[in-house]
Design a protein around this ligand. Structure first.
Ligand SMILES: [Zn+2]
Length: 336
């Protein structure tokens, strides 16, 4: 094991198992951020998937570990302070999932149910019940070759034509991991492209047999279980800070109305796509009467944070399968 990783894992373990660390977390809460739970751990391990995906074994290990060290509570209990003020002295944790992936129902929910861990899912509402696709997933998997060599070659050719060729590191790397890492960096660089360009690139990718996102029946069934709550994560997943006033208003009201129509009790919590927000976005959100909103900055929740810029800790395949690394991340977030 590399020394740096050993240091992180040891510090993480100590943080949760020493009086100093426990004192630091007393009365605090941790909001974890996840996205997808795939059917296969090996697939989730590749760098271009690692940050946004976990496999079933890593997810189960994470749930077991959380139950050992934390009280797993619904997000609203944590935010409204009920469980911070009362209950046991153990730190609290609430799970959140972004986007609304179908695999949340298929792969994550059975395990959440088995371990009785509540979670909140934040939906990009245009995708729910439609075949609309998330660009990073479609482009990433087409370029990885998951839909065959022909589709990959066609997309590579087109990206070259529009002046966004894949870096040579992707082509020359002979190890699977290095190629995947080059792809991860490349996908990150595409985030700056306008939404319509990303949309038309996605249209060039092959369709999967099943939609990527949940449908409303699945949403309703999960909500009826009493274990899962739902909130909005934009409508089209557009980055809110980049929208003019009119489009910002459209995104907020469309996502709000879809949740109101599709769920029994939507959460009064907004989740910013990509975590991006600024003063104007927060003010518009407040006028829509959202008392809480989740960002992506790392930190732990102490009840005195800006309620419209709440910190979270990201869960990846790497730290879910080695929870002492996650504890290290929590300890760093706690100091931020
Ligand atoms: Zn998202």
């Amino acid at each position: 094991m590399p020394i740096k990783q050993m240091f992180k894992r040891t510090s993480g373990w100590l943080y949760l198992n020493s009086p100093v660390g426990r004192r630091h977390l007393r009365g605090a809460g941790v909001i974890l951020m996840l996205h997808r739970v795939l059917a296969d751990d090996r697939a989730a391990e590749l760098p271009h998937r690692n940050e946004l995906c976990v496999g079933p074994q890593a997810f189960e290990q994470l749930l077991r570990w959380l139950k050992q060290h934390f009280d797993c509570v619904p997000l609203m209990d944590l935010l409204q302070g009920n469980s911070l003020r009362h209950g046991s002295a153990r730190p609290k944790v609430a799970l959140t999932f972004d986007d609304g992936w179908r695999d949340n129902a298929v792969n994550a929910f059975p395990l959440l149910q088995q371990y009785q861990v509540p979670a909140s899912i934040f939906l990009s509402t245009d995708f729910i019940g439609s075949r609309q696709r998330f660009w990073w997933e479609s482009l990433g998997e087409t370029l990885w070759g998951s839909y065959g060599e022909e589709a990959r070659a066609r997309l590579l050719e087109h990206l070259k034509k529009i002046g966004r060729p894949l870096p040579s590191a992707y082509h020359i790397a002979d190890r699977e991991k290095s190629r995947s890492l080059a792809l991860a960096h490349y996908l990150q660089s595409l985030k700056s492209l306008p939404a319509h360009v990303l949309g038309s690139l996605t249209d060039r990718c092959p369709e999967e047999s099943l939609p990527q996102a949940l449908d409303w029946q699945q949403v309703q069934a999960l909500e009826a279980s009493g274990l899962i709550g739902f909130g909005p994560h934009g409508a089209s997943h557009a980055i809110l800070t980049g929208l003019d006033d009119y489009r910002l208003e459209q995104e907020l009201s469309r996502s709000h109305e879809a949740l109101a129509a599709g769920c029994r009790t939507p959460l009064p919590v907004y989740c910013y796509p990509n975590g991006d927000h600024d003063l104007r976005v927060r003010q518009r959100l407040a006028s829509h009467r959202y008392p809480y909103a989740l960002g992506t900055l790392a930190g732990i929740y102490r009840g005195n944070d800006d309620p419209l810029a709440l910190p979270r800790i990201g869960v990846s395949q790497r730290n879910a399968s080695r929870p002492s690394l996650l504890a290290w991340r929590i300890s760093r977030g706690g100091r931020a």
